[in-house]
Design a protein. Structure first.
Length: 368
């Protein structure tokens, strides 16, 4: 009897967990935890707190995986409305840190409402397209665009360009997978290119400087170009096989800024070299491939567009972070998924994994 109870408990524990996704995430987490330890062991070590963040993230992933997509749909509108209200409150009572007003004080801690929109945005748009699936017309795509622009504008105004990119990408992926015509996409690209001069005028001074620094980092080597120069030196010095764990000179002489968060890829590259980077990129490709496989087998439009958006959001995270650290994209505050230190961002990523697992394990349940 006791053994049967244990067996049932174990089956219940893993019933809705997708093995390949979990194994890939655990592999990335292992690399990330080792790199966070290396980046911070001689200062304020963050490995223990990152381990706790990972446990919380895994618990959230498991809980969300138990919910069928039909139940997830119920959270779409309330979560979106809550996120937008909190973004408005940020401008009224938010805390200003380093020139940006992104945080809401809760007495004992602070929360960043824009993180909610990373999941609430694709969830809301997926619910909207599911609602009008039988008769999708151009006006539905236009309304979806408005639903995306409202929170996107509020986040960009904070300013938080990195989160705005991620939220905007997540929303666009939903609209794209819902069937946005290619002629509209091409028109948007042409319109965006023609609006570039206007966008340049509304950018903050530091944002313009980041773009100019991308073109020539040596123009300000001790100022805005310092981050890119030091990170590219670290990546190049890793060579083919790296300097070894805990042996990175750029890291431990503190030349790399934010080495346990946004620039953790530079630390990893210096210690693991090209071989380690190849393994890391392979893991991300496997994560994306598995996510797209789950998306392709989803049983409803809601599940397909939501799964596709979350999967390509993982790609956006990795591409933007690696591109930023390598000097091919402007510096923005985007973490490397499952690698960078952080609580809220890590839980959001695991929440996305949980949704993918929910879509996969409940794929036979068709919405009635």
């Amino acid at each position: 009897m006791f053994l049967q109870l244990i067996q049932r408990f174990r089956e219940r524990l893993v019933a809705h967990i997708d093995g390949p996704l979990l194994v890939i995430a655990l592999a990335l987490m292992s690399f990330g935890l080792a790199t966070v330890y290396s980046a911070t062991y001689d200062a304020n070590n963050r490995a223990l707190s990152q381990s706790l963040n990972m446990l919380v993230g895994l618990a959230v992933m498991w809980a969300v995986a138990q919910l069928p997509p039909q139940k997830l749909m119920r959270f779409a509108v309330p979560l979106y409305v809550l996120g937008v209200i909190l973004l408005v409150l940020v401008f009224l009572v938010g805390v200003k840190v380093n020139g940006a007003r992104r945080w809401l004080p809760l007495g004992f801690t602070r929360v960043q409402p824009s993180e909610i929109l990373k999941i609430a945005m694709p969830l809301m748009l997926a619910w909207y397209f599911q609602k009008y699936e039988a008769a999708l017309k151009f006006r539905h795509f236009a309304i979806a665009g408005l639903l995306l622009i409202v929170p996107l504008g509020l986040i960009a105004k904070q300013p938080d360009l990195g989160t705005a990119v991620l939220v905007g990408a997540a929303g666009f992926y939903v609209i794209f997978f819902a069937g946005l015509p290619w002629k509209v996409i091409i028109g948007m690209i042409v319109l965006g290119a023609s609006a570039a001069p206007f966008v340049w005028t509304v950018l903050h001074g530091y944002q313009r400087k980041r773009i100019l620094t991308l073109i020539d980092p040596t123009s300000d080597p001790l100022g805005s170009g310092y981050h890119i120069i030091q990170s590219t030196i670290a990546i190049g010095s890793g060579g083919g096989f790296g300097k070894g764990w805990l042996e990175g000179t750029q890291t431990h002489l503190e030349f790399i800024p934010e080495r346990h968060t946004d620039f953790i890829f530079a630390v990893f590259s210096e210690e693991r070299g090209l071989l380690g980077n190849s393994i890391l990129v392979f893991l991300y490709l496997m994560l994306i491939a598995r996510g797209l496989m789950i998306t392709a087998n989803a049983s409803t439009l809601f599940a397909r567009v939501l799964g596709g958006s979350i999967t390509l959001s993982f790609f956006t995270y990795a591409f933007v972070n690696m591109g930023m650290v390598s000097g091919i994209l402007p510096v923005v505050g985007v973490p490397l998924p499952f690698m960078s230190y952080g609580g809220t961002a890590l839980v959001t990523l695991f929440l996305g994994l949980g949704i993918l697992m929910s879509i996969h394990s409940h794929r036979m349940l068709v919405k009635k």
